[in-house]
Design a protein around this ligand. Structure first.
Ligand SMILES: Cc1ncc(COP(=O)(O)O)c(C=O)c1O
Length: 382
């Protein structure tokens, strides 16, 4: 049997880390080592927080060791308990941040066009035990922030956003980071601006900011332990990396945008493949999301992903399955029988393609040709 030679000799990853100015980063690391100030709110973490505040136009930024811990701190600082309404169509960290605090995630369906939490469904899930809504700006596309704010105000609920995908995205004349009571960003290595591991909670509320800062640092305030806190601090190496990465943010977005436009041309007219169009006017384009219509394309999403992997195009299946189908949540009362048709549909049909600074327009053109060829072959065989 002859061995298959992949089309690409290198692996093309989704979320291959962007590296900013390497010399600048190395100089900053030298400086950190010279100062021997490795963590505990050092100058690079402070500079990163300040730069994020001015970039987002937000009052407070609390850098943390990752977005999952950031969400946990925000959930606790907002005083959430009982039940919180959250989309099932998200990365498990969103639901875990609630369950880890003993809160029941009430899984909500999404809008099939925006992939974001559906406010009408949110309203239906509100019970006397509901304390908040945790929305996710999926792919950096803003949630329906107006409707969610209206529901939260009318029902006396807290409103938190998981903005892990949404740095650099704007909505209604404001940057994401300014909506709800607080928002949480991720700077994980796979995010287009990254600090290796890292995250940030942002808010325009002074009191909440003090609470989040206290909870991030063992519940210590002015030297006294006044709360049960955690160690959620970002270290200086991550601070320097985040700062350096943020300085290249515009260049990263430019590359993502040009790759996105190249995908638009490369996939034009391929039956059964629909490129997701962001609704948010200011966008980071960090996810290239394709919806596969099995019947029109001639093959399923899973089959297509297997074929792409064989060519070293390491497409992803975010988010599959939805959180409500994951082992720890299926056991929760009422979850197994809850109908989330749009979530189920998206979980079975979406794939993500590589982009970022490791990919260029020529790679995209070749990926497009591969997809065109794969789908045409399957349709001919049918
Ligand atoms: C929507 C969403 N929320 C939360 C997280 C968790 O972020 P972190 O890895 O920084 O904890 C991720 C990570 O990819 C994510 O995609």
């Amino acid at each position: 049997m002859t061995r298959h030679t992949p089309h690409f000799s290198r692996q093309l990853h989704v979320g291959c880390p962007n590296i900013g100015n390497r010399e600048q980063l190395l100089a900053r690391i030298e400086d950190i080592l010279d100062r021997r100030w490795l963590t505990n709110h050092g100058p690079y973490v402070q500079a990163f927080e300040e730069r994020l505040c001015s970039y987002l136009g937000v009052k407070h930024c609390i850098a943390v060791c990752n977005a999952t811990v950031g969400l946990e701190i925000a959930v606790r600082g907002l005083g959430l308990g009982g039940e919180v309404i959250v989309p099932s169509f998200t990365f498990p960290a969103t639901a875990h941040a609630l369950a880890w605090q003993g809160i029941t995630p009430m899984f909500c369906d999404v809008d099939p066009e925006t992939h974001n939490i559906d406010p009408e469904q949110v309203e239906r899930l509100i019970s006397p035990r509901t304390t908040g809504i945790l929305g996710v700006h999926v792919w950096g596309n803003a949630c329906d922030t107006e409707s969610l704010a209206d529901i939260a105000a009318r029902k006396g609920l807290r409103l938190l956003y998981d903005a892990a995908h949404a740095l650099g995205c704007g909505h209604g004349g404001q940057m994401i980071g300014n909506f709800g009571d607080a928002e949480v960003f991720s700077f994980h290595a796979t995010k287009f601006v990254n600090s290796g591991e890292g995250g940030a909670i942002v808010t325009n509320d002074d009191e909440l900011a003090d609470t989040f800062r206290r909870l991030r640092s063992f519940g210590i305030e002015n030297g006294d332990v006044v709360d049960v806190g955690v160690n959620g601090k970002m270290n200086e190496l991550s601070g320097a990396m985040g700062l350096t990465s943020l300085e290249s943010c515009a260049a990263f977005i430019d590359r993502n945008r040009s790759n996105y436009l190249a995908y638009q041309s490369a996939l034009a007219g391929v039956p059964g493949l629909r490129l997701f169009t962001p609704r948010t006017t200011v966008h980071n384009f960090q996810y290239v999301v394709v919806e596969v219509d099995h019947r029109q394309a001639g093959l399923s999403r899973d089959h297509l992903v297997d074929l792409l992997h064989a060519e070293n195009v390491l497409a992803k299946k975010y988010f599959s399955p939805g959180c409500h189908r994951m082992e720890p949540y299926q056991r929760l009362s009422g979850v197994a029988s809850r109908s989330l048709p749009h979530t189920e549909n998206l979980c079975g049909r979406l794939l993500q393609l590589p982009t970022g600074s490791a990919i260029d327009a020529d790679d995209v053109r070749q990926i497009g040709d591969l997809l065109r060829g794969m789908t045409a072959k399957m349709r001919r065989a049918a």
